[in-house]
Design a protein around this ligand. Structure first.
Ligand SMILES: [Zn+2]
Length: 251
């Protein structure tokens, strides 16, 4: 049954000319980066971590920021390497089929795997950059983390003294309108939308699937758990992303 669906999805990819891929945390768990709400998720195991991810708390409370900087130092993402799922999407681009790669992930593993930066749309930003809430200055995260290692518990902006945060979308923080608009535009241009490793519960990911479908795209969902958009899909592949995505994307 499942192998029949994989074969079908592989055929659709072969026929498609503009595949848009949407990825969520599930594609990076094989790289050792935990997801948020799964059984082993960051927030499932440590609800306090969710407060660190809330903008209002982060900006108001130095203790939240100090805890957030310690957590950033220890992130599994700094040593994580792309896995077979990421590499399958590089192959899709090399075949000339990848129109755009929209990701909810902040780990930049798609870029590190070898997808071109201009095809990647990071709707939740990137953890590899810091941003100042005072002046908007953006700096490499590793430069700021070195200051934390050197003893600054809550390093301030080197330019204006403002609060630094990872350049990601926290809870309570507005999405970047131009980025979301670009994601919706490419979704309308897709002839096949491949949603991978996302539960498709939160905006903007949740809106991309119906947008692509309304514009006539086939919808294929690959995830190890049910998603909120399974009813809209032409095929739902519930199983290991690291095995099935390479099978679907291979020439
Ligand atoms: Zn600043």
């Amino acid at each position: 049954m499942s192998s029949d669906l994989v074969t079908l999805a592989k055929t659709w990819v072969a026929q498609a000319r503009r595949v848009v891929v949407l990825t969520g945390a599930g594609i990076s768990t094989d790289s050792g980066i935990p997801d948020f709400r799964g059984p082993q998720g960051v927030w499932t195991k440590n609800p306090a971590a969710e407060a660190q991810a809330t903008l209002q708390h982060y900006l108001a409370d130095p203790a939240v920021r100090r805890a957030a900087w310690r957590a950033r130092l220890e992130s599994a993402a700094w040593t994580a390497q792309p896995n077979r799922g990421h590499r399958a999407l590089v192959e899709l681009e090399q075949r000339g089929k990848l129109h755009a790669l929209i990701t909810q992930n902040i780990d930049e593993l798609h870029r590190i795997a070898g997808n071109s930066a201009q095809r990647i749309i990071e709707v939740h930003g990137t953890m590899r950059r810091a941003m100042c809430w005072g002046c908007g200055l953006r700096t490499p995260m590793q430069e700021v983390l070195q200051r934390v290692r050197d003893g600054e518990a809550d390093p301030a902006c080197p330019s204006c003294g403002g609060i630094l945060k990872s350049d990601t979308i926290s809870f309570g923080q507005a999405l970047v309108p131009e980025v979301i608009e670009r994601a919706m535009t490419v979704a309308r241009e897709a002839d096949l939308l491949l949603a991978v490793g996302s539960t498709l519960q939160v905006f903007p990911a949740a809106g991309i699937v119906p947008q692509a479908r309304a514009a006539g795209a086939r919808i294929v969902i690959v995830n190890d758990q049910p998603t909120a958009m399974d009813d809209l899909a032409d095929a739902v592949l519930r199983g290991p992303i690291g095995e099935w995505l390479p099978a679907i994307c291979a020439a």
